[in-house]
Design a protein around this ligand. Structure first.
Ligand code: GDP
Length: 295
């Protein structure tokens, strides 16, 4: 994950490390290298520029030029800025309501169904919750089967309605059942499409309106870089979601989505998917991710 970015950033500090006297030119070169590394990681141009401008301002403020260890100070400044770029602090999901209703959104193939299972499993095993999963992707029987198989694997019931093509009714019925049976969390999987389209947006907006979820999560494939960011913006404009789930961080993703999404949609990344298995899920801590990127 982010190997290339880590390597490039590491190299960019070389100029400031182990050098006798640091000049403004050295700092400017380093900033230029950092900006190039971010652009190569598929970070949007404006975000990369603002990032290096902010780092520069801090570097001046903290007097990098006269610091005893300018290289180390620069690394710290960049690390802090990376954490800020990704949201600063950890943002948890809202689970207070009984039941707490979580609605999934995102394109087909982003990893929604897999994440629905992963989240159910995490809430059950780590928070002692009693979740109910809801198969709301009514157009693809394979998606319903996939969720059923996942549910069996993790021992969590899956609500389905054979033949019912109305996800709004299914979601409402599932919440009613959850109340009767004492489930404290309901996770509603929904249909995605290969690209953003009006029908999908209308459908998910209708589900949102009908069930008034405590948490709407937008699931996105981190491998898709700036496309992920654009899709996030379109979904957020329509749904005003609460958090982002970045999937497939185990692949050779360059990092652009993780670094850009927060400042574009102003919503926190809450989880990251790190594999196909049901336990390959981490809560997202911006500072820890920044530590990993800068090693
Ligand atoms: P959906 O159409 O949004 O419901 O997407 P799926 O949950 O069916 O996932 C699409 C594909 O991505 C499946 O083959 C999943 O196994 C895979 N997948 C989902 N999350 C991850 C992840 O975090 N890492 C990897 N490597 N694969 C994932």
């Amino acid at each position: 994950m982010f190997e290339n970015l880590s390597e490039r950033l590491d190299k960019s500090f070389k100029l400031l490390k182990g050098q006798g006297k640091i000049t403004e030119i050295n700092v400017a070169e380093t900033l230029k290298d950092i900006r190039r590394a971010l652009l190569d990681a598929d970070v949007n141009f404006k975000i990369a520029k603002k990032f290096t401008d902010d780092v520069k301002e801090k570097a001046l403020g903290q007097e990098v030029l006269t610091a005893v260890k300018p290289g180390q100070l620069m690394v710290k400044i960049v690390k802090d800025e990376l954490a800020m770029l990704m949201g600063g602090t950890f943002a948890d999901i809202q689970l207070e309501s009984k039941p707490a209703v979580i609605l999934m959104s995102g394109l087909q193939g982003s990893g929604k169904t897999t994440f629905t299972g992963k989240l159910g499993n995490m809430l059950k095993t780590k928070k002692g919750k009693n979740p109910l999963l809801v198969a709301g992707d009514v157009y693809r029987p394979a998606a319903i089967d996939q969720l059923k198989v996942l549910g069996e694997q993790i021992g969590i019931p899956v609500y389905t309605e054979e033949g019912n093509m109305d996800p709004v009714k299914i979601a409402k019925a599932a919440i009613k059942l959850a109340k009767e049976k004492g489930h404290d969390v309901v996770i509603v999987d929904t249909a995605g499409r290969l690209a953003v389209d009006e029908q999908m947006m209308n459908e998910i907006s209708a589900i949102k309106k009908a069930i008034d979820p405590d948490e709407i999560l937008f699931v996105v494939d981190s491998m898709t870089g700036q496309d992920a960011v654009n899709t996030a913006k379109e979904f957020n404009d329509r749904l005003d979601f609460d958090g982002v789930v970045l999937t497939k961080l185990d692949g050779d993703t360059r990092g652009g989505a993780a670094l850009s999404i927060r400042s574009v949609v102003e919503k926190p990344i809450k989880f990251v998917g790190t594999g196909e298995k049901v336990d390959a899920l981490d809560v997202f801590h911006p500072d820890r991710m920044a530590d990993r990127i800068l090693g």
